[in-house]
Write a protein that binds this ligand. Structure first.
Ligand SMILES: [Zn+2]
Length: 217
């Protein structure tokens, strides 16, 4: 078990993850959204040098099971075994905190980690995609708000709800909010908060396109 935070400084991680979202994931999501899929994307990066092994996006138009994460995993395992790194040497990046299906798929694939930009609450409120929390609350035996954790990022409170164990011997789940909070220099932290905010604005525009496609906006 390796906590990504112990491998690289938070700024280096955020640089690599933000670049991956901007250059690898978002362009694919923009195309998929235009074709009627959702905007969730994912990528697999090497823990060692944070290089991108594979990135992809939601393909729900093909099957309701092809969320950004499950589709990325499927495609990753299509790469011949001798041409891809072992999963234990990789980080799993997902634009949105993974739903119960994807969380399990990530673990069943052998990953011991994932890092996400948007929380379930943001997915629920900003993107109006309610399935993640609804399934946890309606199907699993999860008590809402129990052991809720607060991460303070530049005066704003980012709430992480414990729908699953955030740290266990199987899994380290890390949010962008936690990475931002781990930057010790306040000026540097402000710069990175703005960097992440810029990416989130581009997702806001994608969300508008998705809603237009659905005819709900
Ligand atoms: Zn999912």
């Amino acid at each position: 078990m390796t906590d990504a935070l112990t491998l690289h400084p938070p700024t280096q991680l955020l640089d690599a993850l933000c670049t991956c979202i901007e250059q690898d994931i978002h362009p694919l999501s923009a195309v998929a959204v235009a074709a009627g899929s959702k905007l969730f994307g994912a990528a697999i990066l090497r823990k060692s040098d944070l290089s991108v092994v594979y990135a992809d996006t939601n393909q729900e138009r093909g099957s309701p099971l092809w969320h950004g994460e499950t589709w990325t995993l499927k495609q990753f395992f299509e790469i011949p075994a001798d041409q891809r790194p072992p999963v234990q040497d990789c980080l799993f990046l997902t634009t949105h905190e993974p739903c119960s299906l994807c969380l399990s798929a990530i673990l069943w694939s052998g990953f011991d980690n994932f890092i996400y930009m948007y929380t379930y609450e943001e997915t629920h409120h900003i993107f109006e995609c309610h399935g993640d929390l609804d399934i946890f609350n309606d199907v699993f035996n999860v008590r809402e708000g129990e052991e809720a954790q607060q991460a303070s990022v530049d005066g704003t409170q980012a709430q992480v709800r414990p729908q699953y164990k955030l740290r266990s011997k199987r899994l380290v789940a890390l949010s962008f909010a936690e990475l931002l909070a781990a930057i010790s220099d306040p000026e540097e932290r402000t710069q990175y908060v703005a960097k992440v905010e810029g990416i989130k604005q581009s997702y806001g525009r994608l969300s508008e396109a998705y809603r237009r496609n659905l005819g709900v906006a």
